[in-house]
Design a protein around this ligand. Sequence first.
Ligand SMILES: [Zn+2]
Length: 326
Amino acid sequence: MQVDVIPLSLGIEGFRVIASDERDDAIEVAIETVLPAACCPGCGHAEIVPKERKPLWMRDIPLRPGKQTWLIWWKRRFACLRCMRTFTETRDEIPPRTTHTNRFDSYLSARAIETPYAQVAAEEGVSFYRVDKASRARAERTLAGRAVDPPTRLCIDEQSHLRGQVYNTAVSDPDRRRVLELIETRKRRPLQDFLAALPESTRASIEEVCIDMHQPYRAAIRTALPHAAIVCDRFHIERMVADELDKLRRAIQNEVPKGDKAPLFRTRRKLRKGTKKLTLKDLDDLAALFDDHPDLEVAWSLARDIKHIYAAPDRLKTRGQGSPIT
Ligand SMILES: [Zn+2]
């Protein structure tokens, strides 16, 4: 290492450069603290004598473009003249046994926003793990620094996996399009515990909770968020109505003689179609079907009314939509 010091602006307070060595691909900078340790951390005595120094190597941001930069902190050791303990100087901003400065991590994670991690790792001569860790730390700092208002609405949905053998419960914030929690069951208790454990201010701010018609969810919300309005998701309601209509169709199909089953089976999809999607041919087929099975027509009209009610722009407009039930 050369003794002549190249002019470097370190930007780290409390240190000075004591030597530096610049090569084609790297810079090494030896540094020491400006102020020696004041007193013994064991007994508080001020009479201490310096002993040997030990180097701590730390990777730092490039002090010249394209050059790996290493800081070598020559940490002093001291001995206390009263209790005879020895100790090494410390700095709060540099943890013991660290291998890099905090600003090197910030530099890596800033590069990794635009550049693939593997490329950053290769170009900077560090591990993929180092880049990944620095990026995670940046993301956590960003999230922690963002003041987030508590949600006013929640959506609770069940999700099935493995062909319905496994059910999870997803709790999300529909206004921010964010999943807040994934619970590995659709039972009441875990959801209730999650909602009850939310901060008081968050629970108070939730005005509406949108769910499917799964009864345990309703019970969990009634207990944990008694002030919140429960809203049933319209798509679940429409699907349930369509399923009930199909159930009726199948029941009739099972009862009628063999030769009359075909029209019931053929119209199974037409019964589920929205009114606007029905062709003239569809309407003729349905009219013929309803002539033979008036119960099916009543059920079909009710299902259609529910769709219209949801499609209406306001409550008043829904009044004209329902057909009289006889
Ligand atoms: Zn001491």
